[in-house]
Design a protein around this ligand. Structure first.
Ligand code: HEC
Ligand code: HEC
Length: 267
């Protein structure tokens, strides 16, 4: 688990920790106070967010954590000119989305691809941004899910062994080094990728049960594109190249959520 230890877990697990426990963070404390002030105001006032501000965020480096401005990469609806044919340089472009579907659903910040693309780190955690998304292990996983996710020879001989491999998904650590049981710690999201039963049970079984809820399914049989397991090994967190240890709750994320919840007005 040495490589894992090098990552700032507080940041990986969300900056709720950073706000509650400033002692963990080594960043500038003044900046943290400023971020806490923005969160305080967002929580206590119904501030109308204008497109003008959103437009600025799309053009600003480090707007949501350390990384390039969105429009460095996303400037055209033509997938040859811009990744996923996503144009973030105009309000219409933001509303149109990319080849993966709508990026935002006006009125609901959890809809569309924006929230998960900004929050979900690609797995295995720390894998490089330019890692191919059609590696044999990824294609085997996709086919297995598309074929109904059964406990068949394909699963036993290809899919399960790949979760135990350090390199199959292009990273340096096996999935099972971090997802090995239904106990967190040590298993992130209580996700057990060491057996068929574990994979099908999904994530957070114990925590959800305490709330009277079912576990979070990571495999939807027959539908790889809706399966977190497939999305997690193919989709990079944005902005491209952002470190997995970067906090996921930058105040500008909440400003963006607010704009979406208010109907994503282009004025
Ligand atoms: C360094 C280049 C780069 C930057 C900067 C970047 N992206 Fe991306 N983005 C990509 C690439 C490449 C893909 C497609 C491949 C992938 O999923 O990693 C992508 C895919 C996406 C997708 C999925 C689109 C779809 O329809 O499938 C969304 C949403 C997205 N980016 C949003 C953003 C946002 C918001 C920002 C700014 C915070 C941003 N990106 C910054 C390179 C970048
Ligand atoms: C170094 C540790 C580490 C490794 C290796 C790792 N993960 Fe993760 N995984 C995490 C952490 C931490 C999270 C939660 C934070 C996040 O989303 O970035 C997570 C979240 C997930 C989730 C989301 C669960 C949910 O509730 O939505 C899935 C699915 C997942 N991992 C699958 C995998 C797969 C498949 C592999 C191997 C290709 C893998 N992980 C390798 C640490 C790891």
């Amino acid at each position: 688990m040495n490589k894992l230890m090098k990552l700032s877990l507080a940041a990986v697990l969300g900056s709720a920790f950073a706000f509650n426990a400033p002692a963990i963070a080594s960043e500038d404390e003044g900046m943290e106070d400023a971020q806490a002030a923005v969160m305080h105001v967002l929580e206590n006032y119904d501030i109308p967010i204008t497109y003008d501000y959103i437009s600025m965020l799309m053009r600003l480096p480090n707007a949501f954590g350390e990384g390039a401005a969105c429009i460095v990469c996303h400037t055209s609806n033509d997938p040859k000119k811009s990744p996923a044919g996503l144009d973030l340089s105009s309000c219409e472009g933001i509303k149109k989305g990319g080849t993966g579907g709508a990026m935002i659903t006006p009125g609901k910040h959890t809809g569309g691809t924006f929230r998960r693309r900004m929050r979900d780190n690609r797995m295995p955690l720390g894998v490089r941004f330019d890692t191919a998304s059609d590696l044999p292990a990824i294609m085997d996983l996709k086919k297995w899910i598309a074929d109904g996710a059964k406990n068949d020879a394909n699963f036993k001989q290809k899919v399960l062994p790949s979760f135990k491999s350090e390199t199959a998904f292009g990273g340096e650590q096996a999935c099972t080094e971090c997802h090995m049981s239904n106990q967190e710690p040590p298993s992130f999201h209580e996700l057990d990728l060491t057996s068929y039963e574990g994979v099908m049970l999904g994530a957070d079984a114990v925590a959800k049960a305490a709330e009277g809820l079912p576990p979070v399914k990571v495999v939807i049989p027959g539908d790889p594109i809706k399966s977190k397991m497939y999305l997690r090994v193919t989709e990079n967190r944005m902005p491209g190249g952002i470190s997995a240890s970067e906090g996921r709750d930058h105040p500008n994320m909440h400003v963006m959520f607010r704009w979406i919840d208010q109907g994503a007005s282009c004025n």
